[in-house]
Design a protein around this ligand. Sequence first.
Ligand SMILES: Nc1ncnc2c1ncn2[C@@H]1O[C@H](COP(=O)(O)OP(=O)(O)OP(=O)(O)O)[C@@H](O)[C@H]1O
Ligand SMILES: [Mg+2]
Length: 209
Amino acid sequence: MPRGVFITLEGGEGAGKTTLARRLAEALALAGQPVLRTREPGGAPGAEALRALLLSGDVAWDPVAEAMLMFAARREHVAKTIEPALAAGAWVICDRFADSTLAYQCHGHGLDPAVWHGLYDVALPGFEPDLTLVLDLPAEAGMARAVARGAPDRFERLGPEFHARVREAFRRIAEADPRRCALLDALLPPEPLYAEAAKVLRSRLGAPL
Ligand SMILES: Nc1ncnc2c1ncn2[C@@H]1O[C@H](COP(=O)(O)OP(=O)(O)OP(=O)(O)O)[C@@H](O)[C@H]1O
Ligand SMILES: [Mg+2]
């Protein structure tokens, strides 16, 4: 049984990650490829418990403590869900992963990137996605989509400068690691965006799409 491949989808709020993850998972499954779709934070029982803690808003976390919890959840997710699926030959599509912590906590909120690197090395030594699709969307377009969904609150609370920094961070992450990452234009409508993503999966991973 060949090992599966690990694909992550990254990008700002409303960039279309979940829509594209669903579409890719559906197409791979249709082509006969066992596939697991998952998302962060969460994706395993312990990680879901931590997700509830992190997203409840009940605690004003110290930024380093928050990042530690994110990586604790991530390690649990990899150990209990992602690794077993890859070992069984499944292709795993994960909606957000470690790059989101770097973009949001470090570039968005000002956490020292050295903390991110240190936690990554402890939690996931030698582990990284085979492919990361970075969905690049101008902050204003993300805001417009949030309004269209009737849920602009979170977007507005963090402010346009925050979202612009996060966008820039994702672009830099993709630029710094072109072997792992592919930057996609998330202004494309869903089907053309899927076609671009499928092209990348075919050429880099030999996906049956
Ligand atoms: N390629 C696209 N073009 C235009 N609109 C899109 C596209 N993909 C998704 N949308 C719409 O934009 C909104 C956000 O999409 P989606 O939930 O997939 O984004 P997301 O990146 O997962 O967002 P979040 O960060 O909030 O989880 C939805 O209303 C969806 O229908
Ligand atoms: Mg989503």
